[in-house]
Design a binder for this molecule. Structure first.
Ligand SMILES: *[C@@H]1O[C@H](CO)[C@@H](O)[C@H](O)[C@H]1NC(C)=O
Ligand SMILES: *[C@@H]1O[C@H](CO)[C@@H](O)[C@H](O)[C@H]1NC(C)=O
Ligand SMILES: *[C@@H]1O[C@H](CO)[C@@H](O)[C@H](O)[C@H]1NC(C)=O
Length: 445
């Protein structure tokens, strides 16, 4: 179904290599030849097996490559030297601090994540995972209806802790958390009365321990959630984020017309691609600097952070299934997987290079319109990362956050309906080429 929907222009842009990745869910694991289920729920090798790879939905529990362990870091964000596009990164955290898609640029000592007209924005993810710890960042948000800025912790099994800003409310930051991606609309809470988040730098911090999460703004605790308060008697477990996560910074178009109505409403309405912001700068943007990561350290598990990498020994994916050990994290080529890390020849030539089927999102070297997994949910239903996302009708609730949308299916199992290729097909319309060309010539201020 999907291939026929891709505009001819996009196929040409991709050199007709737009292999449509197979989707994966808890009930439908990846096949042996494309064993890794990416953050965006698509199967592949290479980058699909690195950060974001979900062992629960992959062919086998060891299909994903072990994740680089947490290391304290002070990242000024004043250079892209330690940023790699996802098609250039094979898992060595000593080579890069961030891996991403989209258009990050440096401006006045900070990193701007941009969202040019018609694009799906930009996402940066840390190359190391953090299993508890403190992370802070100075952020100036984007503005405008439908434009979402996010600073989140996102785990391979979809444990998640969020700060999110909607571009129509510049005095509020929304906080949220998820356990294994299960939507729970009671979990969202706002921190309000901030001075204009677009004009002013504020410092946002997440402090995460095995017992609690605290969200701070400018050093003041705005919200606390205790693990003990998250116990679900029915499922008999703590629905509390408890596994290693990556730090993710992003800007994305929650108000894209093709998104679910609930998501558009939550994001403050449809996105305006002819806004003053677009006219003046050519893109929406959010600015980040001074990211600091302080790993949690204890002498006994969990969270000693003494190994080289984290992996899972059981697909229950609760805190007690995480191993902090010494397995390597680096693939030899984009053909590699967790069970065959030396497969293929190093980057560039032959089949070992990055191409659509081993880079999640499926598009390589298309700077104006990278697809960070897409944000598009084709179905009806309501979205919104907030408890008020009521949407229309009786469609199942979906959660939308940082490029991912997860909707429960009829059986109640969560099912990520997000799909990078769909994102591409919807955002790369007739204007695609104009945007790519236009972006290259842009000057900021
Ligand atoms: C948070 O604020 C937004 C407006 O910015 C509002 O739509 C939403 O309902 C609020 N959420 C909660 C949980 O109060
Ligand atoms: C508790 O778990 C059950 C079974 O998984 C689920 O149906 C229910 O929605 C959960 N309750 C809350 C408040 O999340
Ligand atoms: C996992 O969480 C449970 C419940 O909070 C706790 O009792 C246990 O010590 C934790 N186990 C590990 C290995 O982290």
């Amino acid at each position: 179904m999907l291939p026929s929907l891709i505009p001819l222009g996009l196929v040409a842009l991709l050199g007709a290599t737009a292999a449509v990745a197979q989707e994966c869910t808890l009930d439908k694991k990846c096949p042996e030849d494309k064993p890794c289920c990416s953050q965006y729920n698509q199967c592949g090798t290479g980058a699909f097996c690195l950060g974001g790879c979900d062992p629960r939905m992959s062919f086998s529990i060891d299909s994903c490559v072990p994740s680089p362990v947490c290391k304290d870091a002070e990242l000024k964000m004043d250079s892209l030297d330690r940023y790699r596009h996802i098609s250039e990164f094979l898992g060595d955290p000593d080579e890069a601090d961030w891996v991403g898609q989209g258009d990050p640029i440096i401006f006045k000592g900070s990193t701007l994540l941009t969202m040019p007209k018609g694009s799906v924005g930009t996402v940066l993810a840390s190359t190391r995972h953090m299993w508890y710890g403190n992370v802070k960042a100075k952020v100036k948000t984007s503005r405008g209806a439908g434009v979402v800025t996010a600073f989140i912790l996102f785990g391979d099994v979809k444990d998640e802790i969020d700060f999110e800003w909607v571009g129509t409310d510049l005095s509020t930051v929304q906080t949220n958390f998820y356990f294994q991606g299960i939507p729970n609309y009671a979990n969202s809470e706002n921190i309000t009365k901030l001075s204009n988040t677009y004009d002013n730098w504020h410092e946002y911090e997440i402090r995460w321990t095995p017992e609690k999460i605290e969200w701070l703004v400018d050093g003041a605790v705005g919200r606390t959630v205790l693990k003990s308060s998250t116990f679900n008697k029915t499922s008999n477990q703590f629905e509390f984020p408890q596994t290693p996560t990556r730090v993710q910074l992003s800007i994305w178009p929650g108000g894209l017309a093709s998104n679910a109505q609930g998501t558009i409403d939550w994001a403050g309405g449809p996105i305006d691609w002819d806004s003053d912001e677009i006219k003046k700068y050519g893109y929406y943007f959010a600015s980040f600097k001074d990211v600091s990561i302080e790993c949690y350290k204890t002498n006994s598990p969990p969270g000693t952070n003494k190994g080289i990498s984290y992996w899972y020994n059981d697909i229950r994916a609760t805190n007690d299934t995480v191993v902090d050990g010494k397995k390597p994290t680096i693939l030899k080529s984009f053909e590699g997987t967790g069970t065959d890390m030396d497969k293929g020849s190093p980057s560039g030539t032959g089949n070992g290079g990055a191409h659509a089927s081993n880079v999640p999102g499926g598009i390589v070297n298309n700077p104006g319109n990278q697809v960070p997994g897409g944000v598009v949910n084709p179905g009806p239903g309501n979205g919104g990362g907030s408890s008020s996302g009521t949407g229309s009708g009786s469609a199942p609730p979906c959660k939308a956050t940082g490029f991912s949308q997860t909707c429960p299916d009829e059986t109640g199992a969560t099912n990520n309906q997000n799909n990078g290729v769909r994102g591409a097909e919807r955002t790369l319309g007739a204007s695609a080429f104009a945007v790519v060309i236009g972006f290259a010539g842009l000057l900021f201020l």
